[in-house]
Design a protein around this ligand. Structure first.
Ligand SMILES: [Zn+2]
Length: 585
């Protein structure tokens, strides 16, 4: 039935069957997205225009393929592309009256498709559609955003590109911005692209190859300009006492501070952390200008949605004692939350979505590195990656000018913009263990039969937990959990000491599920740890016990029917109604 290029509607096509412009688009996007200097993870979008045969009318239809909302250019496939009818999107011009209608217009994009809906169209879709060129790239390169977030970004853009690349001041992406850029193109004949203030770059060309070369050329020319004309040390000297510590000392401090910081970051909801001590991060934290520029926050909309409007910078030198650091972090965190609440109150309007968590997503610790947080390990490490993008932008902007991100009101507008809110809500709903880190003993060396340990790992992972397997000692596994994910909330196995130390530092309680223990040990531990909110329960089983039943019991103790109990020993199997002590009697 289906023939020709239209066959890709049903998603059963091979690469060779894709319409050529779509295939070129995917290949170009993958190449551009593979280099993080071209765009941040998940940032930017690309498009191509062409003709397909409508399977219903058998008529040719002019369409646009555009990367949908969310996905990453580097790994874009046909499933991540939306296909829209060009005439229909362009007809939205008639529906457009003023910027107040942006959100309604965006919803009309759902009525501009041909065939089954593909990926959700992004907020940049109308810009791609209104530009007549066959191929359009919209990217978030660090070098170009440095220009875009400079006090004199417009003058610098003119100086570098003349009338080839224009400047359009910051405004939220949408139909109004699309009209402005297209009007510039119409009146300025030589124009091949625009630097978008506080945001990024859009370029266009008739062939995919020309478009890609143009994007790369613009990015390289801006990077070269910053390199050649920028100050040698744009953020000033390294402050004494704030520079990088030795690698082993950084690790030691990250182990001690990680759980404390994660406890603070999890005040509103449990999050996992990611510690990064790369040279660029340590250098940035230690520079003279950082206490001035870090509070200005990040610039590109993509950056501040993931990193929060600004990071928390610890303002103590590396000579401060652990107690001084902890006290100061608690103080700065309380201050951050209060300021975030005020920021929300200052800008919220009746239709604004409710306040999201007020905790920072990025903590910068002199000498030690950056801790970034998110609901899962991937979100946490992407937040860190985006802050590195922000560091590159701040450094680049300060090298050639003065870093001047978009205003706080505009940042709030994007952070709480309905469309962004919808995008966040499209994410899968969190599971009951999302944001929690568990250390689970598995195998003879760790004192738990492999089948039992593996069953617990599976059940916990299915419930959304991040699981670190302790296949030897508990201490090593807890260290790994703290360094890789920020801390520990649950420990399952025959020992608990190191995990409990991390739980106490986090200050948010925790769960110990003792395997191979006695009733009296569990009861004693439960009483001892109650003041920290750490609950201790046990499961007794023998070689005949069903591994899955043990795992389900462990889950029920942490997040189920028994989640309020402490000091309980659950018997699983035939003989476990009698525990060791009773046998002794
Ligand atoms: Zn963008």
């Amino acid at each position: 039935m289906l023939s020709g290029p239209s066959r890709h509607y049903c998603g059963h096509v091979t690469r060779a069957e894709l319409p050529p412009p779509l295939q070129e688009l995917i290949e170009r996007s993958n190449r551009l997205g593979a280099d993080r200097r071209n765009t941040n993870y998940g940032g930017g979008n690309t498009s191509a225009k062409g003709t397909v045969t409508d399977v219903v009318t058998a008529e040719d239809v002019a369409v646009m393929w555009v990367k949908g909302s969310g996905g990453d250019l580097g790994t874009l496939t046909v499933d991540g592309v939306s296909m829209l009818v060009l005439d229909r999107i362009r007809a939205l011009k008639n529906a457009y009256v003023n910027t107040g209608q942006e959100d309604e217009l965006h919803q009309l994009l759902d009525f501009c498709g041909l065939g089954p809906p593909g990926a959700a169209p992004s907020i940049d879709t109308s810009m791609h559609a209104l530009l007549p060129a066959c191929h359009v790239d919209h990217l978030h390169p660090d070098s170009v955003i440095a220009l875009a977030a400079s006090a004199d970004g417009e003058a610098l853009t003119n100086k570098i590109f003349g009338d080839e690349i224009g400047w359009v001041s910051w405004q939220r992406p949408g139909f109004d911005l699309a009209l402005k850029i297209d009007a510039m193109r119409e009146t300025q004949g030589a124009l091949r692209g625009v630097v978008m203030g506080g945001h990024g770059l859009t370029t266009w060309a008739e062939t995919s190859e020309d478009c890609e070369q143009l994007s790369l050329d613009v990015i390289r020319r801006v990077a070269d300009f910053i390199e050649r004309h920028g100050k040698a040390e744009p953020l000033g000297a390294l402050r004494v006492g704030f520079g990088p510590l030795r690698a082993d000392e950084r690790r030691r401090r990250a182990l001690a501070l990680g759980p404390i910081i994660r406890g603070l970051a999890s005040t509103d909801q449990s999050v996992v952390g990611h510690w990064l001590d790369s040279d660029e991060v340590l250098d940035f934290i230690g520079r003279e200008a950082t206490p001035r520029v870090a509070p200005l926050g990040t610039s590109c909309p993509d950056h501040f949605i993931r990193t929060k409007v600004r990071p928390l910078l610890l303002d103590l030198p590396t000579t401060a004692t652990p107690d001084e650091q902890t006290a100061r972090l608690r103080h700065l965190h309380a201050e951050y939350r209060e300021e975030y609440r005020q920021y929300y109150d200052r800008h919220a309007r009746p239709e604004t979505p409710p306040m999201r968590g007020a905790d920072p997503a990025i903590f910068l610790i002199p000498g030690v590195g950056m801790f970034s947080f998110g609901a899962d390990p991937q979100t946490a490490s992407v937040a860190g990656e985006f802050y590195i993008n922000a560091i590159n932008v701040i450094r680049g902007a300060e090298a050639v000018s003065t870093y001047t991100p978009v205003s706080e009101a505009e940042k709030f507008g994007v952070e709480y913009w309905m469309l962004e809110d919808l995008k966040l809500r499209r994410r899968p709903a969190p599971k009951s263990f999302t944001g929690r880190v568990a250390v689970v003993a598995v195998g003879a060396a760790a004192g738990v039969e492999t089948a039992i340990g593996n069953a617990v790992v599976r059940v916990f992972e299915d419930a959304g937990a991040v699981v670190v397997v302790a296949d030897k000692d508990e201490a090593g596994a807890v260290e790994a959990a703290v360094l890789e994910f920020g801390g520990v909330d649950i420990v399952v196995g025959p020992s608990h000491t190191h995990a409990v130390a991390a739980m106490i530092a986090q200050g948010s309680g925790g769960d110990v599920v003792r395997l191979a223990s006695t009733k009296s040990t569990v009861a004693e531990l439960a009483a001892e740890l109650a003041e920290y909110g750490v609950r201790v329960n046990g499961i007794n089983f023998d070689g005949d016990s069903d591994a899955r039943a043990v795992a389900q019991a462990a889950r029920a103790l942490v997040d189920g029917s028994l989640a309020e109990t402490t000091g309980l020993m659950i018997p699983i199997g035939r003989q476990q109604l009698i525990d060791d002590e009773e046998k002794d009697k």
